[in-house]
Design a protein around this ligand. Structure first.
Ligand code: ADP
Ligand code: MG
Length: 174
């Protein structure tokens, strides 16, 4: 089993329910075992996305026996199954759910479909803040800093407000 960290984000529909259901779906197949979920944070959308709702962001710590690419396929299935709203006509497709693999053990992956550690995570407070609750002292390659150090180095940026406490799963659960 490999320990991995997954960022979850939603800014459409019932955002918190989307995140809880996404985790239940990930666990359902038996290939992914949730261990701990960070607090949920509410974050201003990046950039000037007109009228965009704020995001709910969090990080899940989980175990899997899947390879990195199989894990990417599995999270893609969950994004597709519940992450997309398809209004009549089918022209506009809004994503309600974004799942990004942050770390997968200590493995570095750099191929076209997949980069781990996720290349943009270290600039994002909405990733580092929840991640630092779970693994503050973990080294974040290719930097020589820990997750907590990277979070403390971020200046200003988007507001990130804690809206729900984290949780843990019992070993018997999930
Ligand atoms: P973003 O998350 O950057 O907003 P998407 O969710 O649409 O964009 O993802 C686009 C592609 O990013 C996915 O199809 C996937 O192949 C690729 N990708 C690369 N690295 C990762 C990663 N670590 N976790 C998830 N997706 C990744
Ligand atoms: Mg993504």
């Amino acid at each position: 089993m490999v320990l991995f960290y997954l960022a979850l984000g939603s800014n459409l529909g019932d955002r918190i329910q989307t995140i809880d259901q996404a985790i239940a779906r990930l666990a359902r197949g038996g290939d992914i075992r949730p261990l701990r979920l960070s607090s949920l944070f509410e974050t201003e959308p990046e950039g000037l996305v007109d009228r965009a709702k704020r995001f709910i962001n969090c990080v899940l710590e989980a175990e899997t026996a899947l390879s990195p690419l199989s894990l990417l396929d599995s999270i893609g299935d969950v994004e597709n199954a519940m992450g997309r709203v398809r209004p009549g006509g089918g022209a506009v497709v809004s994503r309600t759910l974004d799942l990004d693999i942050l770390f997968y053990g200590d493995v570095i992956v750099d191929c076209e479909r997949l980069q781990i550690p996720h290349p943009r995570m270290y600039q994002r407070r909405f990733v580092l803040a929840p991640l630092a609750e779970l693994c503050p002292h973990r080294l974040a390659p290719p930097t020589r800093h820990t997750v907590r150090e990277l979070l403390l180095k971020l200046d200003g940026g988007e507001k990130c407000q804690r809206v729900r406490e984290g949780r843990e799963w019992n070993p018997q659960e999930a």
